[in-house]
Design a protein around this ligand. Structure first.
Ligand SMILES: [Zn+2]
Length: 342
């Protein structure tokens, strides 16, 4: 690191505040500042690693390599087969010929290493693509997923209406269940009267009837619990997060660390993608994305979405929650965990 330090100070890197040559300590701090990869932290305001609104000037891959160097005092085997940060799409993309997930390798040229992805199936080996080329193809596929602020305004309004419909539906369902429960409890009371007050029932019939009624009561109570704990449809914080991710998914992906990249890939393409060397795509027939479908179903139809669409909505929300949870895990924690087991 001191070599790099002497190089940049010789080139004239100065401290911003004092206009004197930057100290080694501050140079080290600068190298681990996530601001340059597009993340802001203001601990006094409780802001930690929030995605910034500007284009990062350093790629997260380079940043990760530098962090490894700072921690270990030597280069990571960044260009070797085992460095995951070089190959975020490894195992996620499948070969279009044989369907086997692709892997990544590097080979040493005269000056530097060349990293590429290739089919790992020895019998096939149809695909060999330079890392940058496949990433560019992936960027194009990901860019199509982007949604405007206007789309999100429409989505919020549609989901807000759906949430209201859903909550009145839930209220009606709870009322119905609670009426059934009262009726069953009344029935049980009548049975007790019939057995012990009017003595019109023998013990055997009484026990059998009570067992039956108790079974029904148990079922209804379980249903009430289930309906009452359904997750909220409209979650403003989650939608804001979604807007951030969908605004420019390519930038979001590009500046994320390897583990976050993988989570983002999985969210957008849960079934993975296939590559033929020239382009990448999804293996299933192209279907309009969830947001477009729900907007057209609710705005044009003016009604509620179909069950199928509703199920897709629920899995979308679930997938978003998981993504948010993963991205909320501090970068450093994930990085340490990764570097301990290279
Ligand atoms: Zn193959």
């Amino acid at each position: 690191m001191s070599e790099a330090y002497h190089k940049v100070t010789a080139l004239g890197l100065k401290s911003f505040k004092s206009s004197t040559v930057i100290t080694l300590t501050n140079f080290r701090k600068m190298l681990s500042n996530r601001l340059y990869v597009g993340f802001i932290s203001f601990p006094t305001f409780g802001i930690e690693n929030q995605p910034a609104d500007f284009q990062p000037i350093i790629s997260s891959d380079l940043f990760d390599k530098v962090q490894y160097f700072l921690e270990h005092g030597h280069r990571s085997r960044a260009n070797s087969k085992s460095d995951p940060a070089t190959f975020p799409l490894r195992a996620f993309v499948r070969c279009c010929r044989c369907g086997v997930p692709i892997t990544g390798s590097s080979s040493k040229g005269r000056q530097k290493y060349y990293a590429y992805y290739h089919c790992r199936n020895r019998a096939c080996r149809s695909i060999t693509v330079p890392v940058d080329k496949l990433h560019e193809q992936f960027h194009r596929l990901l860019a199509v997923q982007s949604k405007s602020a206007h789309d999100f305004t429409r989505l919020k309004s549609v989901l807000f209406q759906l949430a209201e419909q859903r909550s009145s539906h839930t209220a009606a369902r709870l009322q119905q269940l609670s009426d059934t429960l009262s009726a069953l409890e009344e029935k049980k009371r009548i049975l007790v009267d019939a057995r012990f007050v009017e003595k019109a029932l023998d013990q055997e019939t009484f026990s059998e009837q009570v067992r039956h009624v108790d079974g029904e009561i148990k079922k209804i109570r379980a249903n009430i619990e289930k309906v009452g704990t359904e997750p909220a449809v409209f979650d403003e914080a989650l939608l804001e997060f979604a807007e951030e991710v969908y605004k420019t998914p390519t930038i979001f992906w590009g500046r994320s660390s390897i583990n976050h990249k993988r989570a983002i890939q999985h969210h957008f393409f849960p079934e993975g993608i296939v590559a033929d060397g020239e382009k990448v795509g999804t293996s299933s027939s192209p279907t309009p994305d969830f947001i477009t479908s729900i907007l057209s179903a609710c705005e044009e139809g003016g009604g509620s979405p179909s069950d199928d669409l509703w199920n897709r909505f629920e899995s979308w929300i679930l997938s978003l929650r998981l993504l948010k949870k993963c991205l909320d895990t501090p970068e450093d924690e994930i990085a340490k965990w990764r570097y301990r087991k290279p």
